[in-house]
Structure formats: C-alpha cells, structure tokens
Design a protein around this ligand. Sequence first.
Ligand code: AMP
Length: 396
Amino acid sequence: MKILIINAGSSSLKYQFMESEGGQVFAKGLCERIGIDGRLTHKVPGREDVKQEIPMPTHNEAIQAVLDIMVDPAKGVIASTDEIAAVGHRVLHGGMAFTQSCIIDDACIEAIKKCIPLGPLHNPANLMGIEACQKIMPKTPQVAVFDTAFHMTMPPKAYIYAIPYEYYEKDDVRRYGFHGTSHRYVSARAIDMLGNPEHSKVICCHLGNGSSLSAVVDGKCADTTMGLGPLAGFPMGTRSGDVDATILEYLMGRYGYDIKEMLNILNKKSGVLGISGVSSDFRDLDDAAAKGNERAQLALDKFIYEVKKFIGAYASAMGGVDAIVFTAGIGENSVEMREQICQGLEYLGAKMDTEKNKVRGKETDVSADGSKVKIFVIPTNEELMIAMDTAALCGK
Ligand code: AMP
C-alpha cells in the first residue's frame, strides 16, 4: 500500500511517500519556512534534488505543494493523488488516551487536542498537518502514530513520579517517554536478530540530537528515560536531561529568570552544548576534543557516563539483558561513541568486537564471538513503522 507520511512542525513539514510492504521510498522532502515565505526540497532516489520557493502562508499550501510536485510529470512519482492510499501522521504526545496508532476521526482529533497541554510545542503543529490533509485530500484515510504510544506498557512503578499522587490522578502527571516509534522498530528488529525467542530483554539506545534509552521486556516497553516531556533522561545535544529541581529555584533567584527563560536554558542551551560551549553536534565535539578542548571532552565523557549508567540501571531493573541496540544519528554513525559506551560492560556479559563495530548506518551484529549479550547497530526506520501501522489500520 502506498502511504504518504507527514511529520508537521510549527514552520516545517517533512514528508515521505513509500510502500508499506518492504519499505521502498518513492519520494521524500521537506517544506520549510511555512508562515514566513516557503521553501520546498523534494528528493526522488536516483534523481537530482529539486529546490523551489513556493509561498506557504499556512500548512494547507505546504501540503498542496507536496501533492503538486508528487504528480508533476517531470519531478513527480505518481500520475494522480488517487495513488496515495492513506496518510500517516507522526504525532508527538498521545497522553494516556493513545496506547496505539489510530484512524483519525473527530474523536481522535479531540483527544489529540486534549493532549496539547502535555505537548504544547508539537501537538498544535501536528494538528495543523492533519487538518491541512483533511482539507486538501478529504477522501483519503488518515492515521495518527504517537511517539508516546509504545511506552504505555510501562508498569506503574516505572511511570509514577514520587510527588503527591493526586497530580497523577487529576492532572495526568507521569512518565510518558518519546521516540516510541523508533524504540518499537529497533527492539522488534533486535528480537528478530536474536532468533525470536519466547522471552527477551533488550536495551535500546536511541542516540541522536534528542536521545533516550528504553528497556524492552518480551517486546514491550518496561521503562524509558524521557518523562512527561522530552527534556528528561541523560544529556542530549542541547537538552539537560534530568537535573535536580533545586537548581531551577537557585538560578531563577540569582538571575531573576522566569520559568519560561529557565526552561529555554534547559531545552536549548544545555546538554553537550551547555557543557562544551562548542556545539550540540557530536562531530564538532569530536573535532574539538581531538584538538585538546577539555570542555568538549568533558561533554563527551558526561554523555558516555550517563548512557552507561542507564544501561546498568536497566539491566538491573530487567534482571539481565540479551541485547543492547544502538540507533539514530550518533548510535548509527559514531564508531567511537559506541565503543566507549560499551567499554567496561564486559561484567554484564556484553563484549564488543571493535573491528565489526567499524560500521556506519548498517544493520550489524557488532558483538564479539561468545559475547553473552548481543550488541547491535540497527538504523531506525520510524517512517516504515508509521507506514505499516497506517496500512494495517486502513484495511490492507
Ligand atoms: P538525529 O537526531 O538522529 O538525526 O541525529 C543527529 C545527530 O547525530 C547530530 O547532531 C550528530 O551529533 C550525530 N551524528 C551524525 N553523524 C555522526 C557521526 N558520524 N559521528 C558522530 N555523531 C554523528
């Protein structure tokens, strides 16, 4: 089934048009500067990229531009938009309402709206993408796939925060977790690579600009590092990860920040960027550290240390581990980062083959012969998961 996948942000919109069975990608691209002026980048495998400036006052014009280029005789890949069997939308926060993907109808839209307070930056943008598609292609079925849904199997002891219980009961305050579609995809691939045993314990390390770990028992999420929002866990590109809440009061008092300014610092100026003062990109940090920049090295050391700590915590929480998976920008591409994270994990039974580990962006078993715990590099494929869910819900 040919599926159009939409990931709408507040001023951008990524799309991918693909086959849900087998995952062949026909075209993909990006609309940028929506609401400002409008720019479209359209990519078709084997052809030169197309870049166009198209006015995009709202997401409606962006979706229209995507459909127009898809049917363009020279630049497109289909004869008519009727060839788009369904649309799958990435939605950030499904709150407690969504434990799995669902067909978009009025009730679904209302439920996504109710989750806006939990995902105030992303859910409104996701809704703009959905509403634009409904307007422009009203007969095409649409599906919402949530970043939080995979984590909804966590047991209460993993998702509850140790604050007054009424905030959970009345206000839905709990751990939700994100990157769920990625964790679902790579954990399923890992279980397949383990030979589909009846029972399995997998730790997934999604290490990108945003990063999270998950503990997956028998294919179901048992714990994850992100929380009510994507700020929690270990340090990321620009996000702090977990911090002592006392720091907020202390800094707000000293500098007169309000909570918005404080959260902006924790979201945009912290993480490895905050420690290093160099960059949020790990390639820049590697270069700077190699030239002797001590704070760049400290940022890398902190990241590695915290990932290692969570691996130990999850192995302990699950009572063992069968596979550790690396995915996303850093996890798929950084040979050094994977090697350093796995250094010293031999006590767990996880031994890496450093030669096999010299791989980028390719599904590979990089564990040493005889390693009790498998170490896998698995490129994530959230789009394929969204396409498969969409096809399954839309009938075929
Ligand atoms: P993602 O958010 O999954 O797209 O990951 C993006 C991040 O991956 C970038 O910010 C880089 O820090 C990191 N990255 C990509 N390629 C490499 C590489 N070869 N070595 C180290 N880090 C990389």
